[in-house]
Design a protein around this ligand. Structure first.
Ligand code: UT7
Length: 332
C-alpha cells in the first residue's frame, strides 16, 4: 500500500496588490521589494476568509481527483490565521463542502503547516485508520500584518491550496518510469527556543482573577535576518537528510517545491545542494508568501499547467514560525 496525491486545488482572493500599491502605503519601492524578495505582487482578501478559501481549494482538489466530498474520511487544515478560534477551520470546511463522514481538525505549524498536515495524514493512513484525506494550507495573513511596518507588510499574501490523498495498492501506484507514486521519506523538526524571531500574539491572560497583564501584539513581528539565516541553513540540511533517507541523490529529483518566502532563500538552497535552479519552480513574484498555502498553491499550479508527470520525483520543503521545518520526498 502507498499514499498518493490524487488531486490538487487552490483558491486566491481576487484583489491583486502590486509593489507600487504598497509604495503608496509605506516607505518602500518596487525595486527594493523585487531585489530583496522577488515579490512583485500579492493577492489580498477583501471578503474571503480562511475557511471560504480553504473550502474552495478543497472542492477544486476533489474535482481534480474525481472524488466526492461524501467519501472524505479526514480533513486537516493547516493555518495560523483562522477567522475563529472555535470551531476549527477544518470543521467549517467539512460543513461547507458536505463531508459528513470526515474527522476534521486544524494544525498550526505556520509555513511548514501543509507539509506537517501531509505527514500527519500519511501517518494516520499508514496505520490503516483512514483511506483518504483532504489536506489544506489556508491563510489570510493580511489581517495579522501591521500595514505600517514596511519590513513585514510587503512580504505576505492570502490564499489556500489543497491536496486530496488516497491509499492505493502498490500495483495501482506503478508509473511508466518504474517508480511508485507515493511518499518516499519524511523529515520534520522544530526549534521552539527560537520561536520569538517570528511571532504574532493572540489574547493574553485576562479574567476577573488575573492581575492586569501585558497583552501581546496582535501583529506579525519578525527578525527577518534571523529567519533568513535559519532557512538557508536548515532547509538544505533537512532536504539532504530526506534524500539520504530515501536512498537517492539531488540528481534523482525532478522538482524542488519549496516554501515561497524569498527568491534569495530558494537560490541559496539550490546553491548549497548543488542543484540546478531550473528545478525550483517559483510563483512568489505573483502571490508573495502565503505561509502554509504556498506549497499547495504552487503544487496545484504545476499540476494544472501539465508540469507534473506521474513518476516525477518531487521534494517538498518548508520552514517558518515555531521555528519549524521539514522536507518530504514524494513521487507524483
Ligand atoms: O515564511 C517565513 C517568513 N519569513 C521569511 O522567510 C523572511 C526571511 N528574511 C527575509 O526574507 C529578509 O530578511 C527580508 C526580505 C525580510 C529583509 O531583507 P534584508 O536584506 O534582510 O533587509 P534588512 O532587514 O537587513 O533591511 C535592510 C534595510 C533596512 O534599512 P537600514 O537599516 O539599512 O537603513 C531596513 O529598514 O532595508 C530597510 N527595509 C526596507 N526598505 C524599503 C526593510 N523593509 C523595507 C522595505 N522597503 N519594504
Amino acid at each position: 500500500m502507498t499514499v498518493k496525491i490524487s488531486g490538487t486545488g487552490s483558491a486566491l482572493p481576487e484583489k491583486t496588490v502590486t509593489n507600487f500599491d504598497m509604495a503608496k502605503l509605506v516607505d518602500t519601492s518596487d525595486e527594493w521589494i523585487r531585489e530583496r524578495t522577488g515579490i512583485a505582487e500579492r493577492r489580498i482578501s477583501t471578503k474571503d476568509t480562511v475557511s471560504t478559501l480553504a473550502a474552495k481549494a478543497c472542492q477544486a482538489a476533489l474535482e481534480n481527483a474525481g472524488a466526492s466530498a461524501e467519501e472524505v474520511e479526514l480533513i486537516i487544515v493547516a493555518t495560523c490565521s483562522p477567522e475563529l478560534l472555535l470551531p476549527c477551520c477544518a470543521c467549517q470546511v467539512q460543513s461547507v463542502i458536505g463531508a459528513p463522514h470526515a474527522v476534521a481538525f486544524d494544525i498550526n505549524a505556520a509555513c511548514s503547516g501543509f507539509l506537517f498536515a501531509l505527514n500527519t495524514a500519511y501517518a494516520y493512513m499508514n496505520t490503516g485508520l483512514y483511506k483518504n484525506a483532504l489536506i489544506v494550507g489556508s491563510e489570510v495573513l493580511s489581517k495579522l500584518v501591521d500595514w505600517s511596518d514596511r519590513s513585514t507588510c510587503v512580504l505576505f499574501g492570502d490564499g489556500a491550496g489543497a491536496a486530496y490523498i488516497q491509499t492505493v495498492k502498490d500495483e495501482e501506484a506503478l508509473c511508466e518510469n518504474g517508480r511508485h507514486s507515493g511518499i518516499e521519506s519524511i523529515v520534520q523538526g522544530s526549534d521552539g527556543s527560537k520561536g520569538m524571531v517570528l511571532s504574532c500574539g493572540e489574547r493574553g491572560v485576562s479574567n476577573p482573577f488575573a492581575n492586569d497583564s501585558e497583552q501581546p501584539s496582535k501583529y506579525i513581528h519578525m527578525d527577518g535576518q534571523e529567519v533568513y539565516k535559519f532557512a538557508t541553513r536548515q532547509v538544505p540540511a533537512c532536504i539532504s537528510e530526506a534524500l539520504n533517507k530515501a536512498g537517492i541523490g539531488v540528481d534523482d529529483v525532478d522538482k524542488f517545491v519549496l516554501h515561497q518566502a524569498n527568491v534569495r532563500i530558494i537560490e541559496s538552497v539550490a546553491k548549497r545542494l548543488k542543484a540546478d535552479i531550473s528545478k525550483f519552480p517559483m510563483n512568489l513574484d505573483r502571490v508573495g508568501n502565503m505561509s502554509s498555502a504556498t506549497i499547495p498553491v504552487l503544487l496545484d499550479e504545476l499540476n494544472r499547467s501539465g508540469q507534473l508527470k506521474r513518476g516525477d520525483r518531487l521534494v517538498l520543503s518548508g520552514f517558518g514560525a515555531g521555528l519549524t521545518y521539514g522536507a518530504s520526498v514524494i513521487v507524483w
